[in-house]
Design a protein around this ligand. Structure first.
Ligand code: PEP
Ligand code: MG
Length: 589
């Protein structure tokens, strides 16, 4: 790295790390501003023409979006192109269009003014929703509304096509339309004022494989076009006018990370076996059918958690048994003989289904509410459609089924009874399914963990959902930033609980997997393995780092670590113990 910014003082700001990597370059400043909308009265004789003009603008906008979708599909891939489905839905929203026409008929103002007023109302309503995902959709509406307004006013749309040299894109926000205009070979990194881990900017940066830091409040006001900036997408730092010392330090970090990534990549081709020859099963967590490719790319031993709710979340209605069957069958066939653990629906709570909102009441405590198996047992038709789909797909590969949010033995028995009904129905109709289909229970509610001995009698395996288990055990909302520091996977209560689950499972000869985020963090892996966990399941890109560590440790050492941790009282000390274990075995250089 060379220095080009003599004399200016270094400014370090912290945002949210959104896409990994380090980049250094000059700022390309991109500020989106809202289209200026003139307001005037339309003469009564011209009102029909005004409505026609509006219809035409909607049509033109739809064509533009479809064109962008085709380009994005070609340049970035189908997943990224699908972001624009939400845009087309906004344009098809009859309420938005009808309200604009009503506004026009009652006020007589030009359609730009009416459409702007109505769309702003929608944007405000979405921006105020608690759910992060839905809040981000305000950006979709804004993006489409701006495009419609530009078309009504005959303005060229703003985009990032002026990015013709390698630069760091610094923007207040990056909408999907902006993203479509980025020449990915010219963007060194992306930094945005707004955004969270689910922003479009993040999806785009990851798909372009460039570092990104989002949520760097006010950064577009600090940076000037042409300033030199260093982006640390690992830790979420953005450093304006970095000093020579900083550049030197980052140069070293970058070389280390690169060398380490190459070693990880190499290790990932090898089996996950400890130095004392114990083989550890590493599986993948997936949400979409297309992620099957990642399972193979990262050499995972099949899928340990298929979060099926995403098939529902993206649909405008509950998907039919046949639609689900085809989805599950595709995944099973593509991965056979490796197993695929399909988790039944975990909708509700923080994941209400937009296309079936009437089924989910507004709740004060959604995480303690109407979700997952509770919802399914209350809607046997929906549940049975899914169970039949999974059973039918089990004839085409190795499928295991697992229930989320089981709180105790009665609930498990009820779920199994519904499954038996489905099996009987299929048998009557002579429809094939795997009669030996394994059925597991997620252990993510403390009551289930404490009664693991009872649950183990009625299922074939356990999968510990540490994300929820920790949240419920420590009473820490997993999505609440202000208490995030209290969310401690190394809390003695968590470790003891996992130990109890493993011991009770093993007494009854069933296996235990961990499929929460803890399983994909290499620092915790020796602790989990030392506690006796048999399998780990994680987001595929995390597999190389976990495998690297597995190959650098012995089971005996991991067991010693776990025994020591079980004697300790402080979460911080236990974490430090795990970190030391990790650092002693994994060196960046
Ligand atoms: C968990 O709770 O750890 C888990 C894997 O499930 P989810 O994150 O989907 O709630
Ligand atoms: Mg969970």
């Amino acid at each position: 790295m060379s220095t080009e910014n003599r004399g200016k003082s270094e400014i370090i700001v912290q945002g949210i790390s959104a896409s990994q990597g380090i980049a250094y370059g000059q700022v390309f400043l991109y500020i989106q501003s809202d289209v200026e909308v003139p307001a005037y009265q339309v003469e009564p004789a011209k009102r029909l023409d005004e409505v026609v003009r509006f219809d035409h603008a909607i049509l033109v906008t739809r064509h533009q979006i479809q064109k962008i979708m085709a380009e994005v599909d070609k340049n970035l891939g189908p997943d990224e192109a699908r972001i624009f489905d939400a845009h087309l839905l906004v344009l098809e929203d009859q309420a938005l269009i009808a309200e604009t026409i009503r506004e026009f008929e009652s006020t007589g103002f030009n359609v730009e003014t009416c459409f702007n007023k109505v769309s702003q109302r929608y944007i405000r309503a979405f921006s105020e929703i608690d759910d992060e995902y839905l809040r981000e959709r305000a950006g979709d509406i804004r993006d489409v509304a701006q495009r419609v307004l530009q078309n009504l006013l005959g303005q060229a749309s703003q985009n990032l096509s002026q990015l013709v040299e390698k630069r760091v894109v610094v923007a207040n926000d990056i909408s999907p339309s902006d993203a479509a205009g980025i020449d990915s070979s010219q963007a060194l990194a992306i930094v945005t004022d707004t955004g969270s881990k689910t922003s479009h900017a993040v999806i785009v940066a990851r798909s372009m494989k460039v570092p990104a830091v989002v949520g760097v409040r006010g950064f577009t006001k600090q940076a000037r076009a042409g300033d030199w900036v260093l982006v640390d997408g690992y830790e979420g730092f953005v450093i304006l006018n970095p000093s020579e010392q900083t550049l030197f330090r980052y140069g070293k970090i970058q070389r280390q990370k690169k060398g380490f990534e190459e070693r990880l990549f190499e290790a990932n081709r090898q089996p996950a076996v400890t130095l004392d020859a114990v083989s550890i099963t590493l599986r993948a967590n997936i949400e979409k059918i297309e992620e099957v490719a990642l399972v193979k790319d990262y050499f995972a031993d099949g899928v340990g958690l298929f979060r099926t709710e995403y098939i529902y979340l993206n649909a405008s209605r509950i998907p039919s048994e046949q639609e689900q069957y085809l989805a599950y069958k595709t995944v099973a066939e593509k991965l056979a003989p490796a197993p695929v653990v399909i988790r039944t629906l975990d909708l509700g709570g923080d994941k209400p289904m937009a296309g079936a909102a009437h089924l989910f009441p507004k709740e004060d405590n959604p995480f303690l509410g109407y979700r997952a198996i509770r919802f399914c047992l209350d809607h046997p038709d929906i549940f049975k459609d899914q169970l039949r789909a999974i059973l039918r797909a089990s004839a085409h590969g190795v499928i295991h089924l697992m229930y989320p949010m089981i709180s105790g033995r009665e609930e498990l028995a009820r779920a199994n009874a519904v499954l038996d009904e489905c099996k009987a129905e299929l048998t009557d109709k002579k429809i094939a399914f795997d009669p030996k289909l394994k059925v597991g229970t997620m252990i993510e509610i403390p009551s289930a963990a404490i009664t693991a001995d009872l649950l183990a009698k009625d299922c074939d395996f356990f999968s510990i959902g540490t994300n929820d288990l920790i949240q419920y055990l420590l009473a820490i909302d997993r999505g609440n930033n202000s208490i995030a520091h209290l969310y401690e996977p190394t809390h003695p209560a968590v470790i003891r609980m996992i130990k109890n689950v493993v011991d009770e499972a093993h007494k009854q000869k069933i296996k235990v997997s961990v499929c929460g985020e803890m399983a994909g963090d290499a620092v915790y892996v020796p602790l989990l393995i030392g506690l006796g966990v048999d399998e780990l399941s994680m987001t595929p890109p995390l597999i190389p780092a976990v495998k690297y560590l597995v190959r650098a440790m012995t089971l005996v050492d991991a067991q010693k670590l776990a025994n020591e941790a079980l004697e300790m009282t402080s979460p911080k000390d236990i974490y430090a113990l795990c970190e030391t274990f990790y650092r002693e075995r994994v060196k960046l250089e």
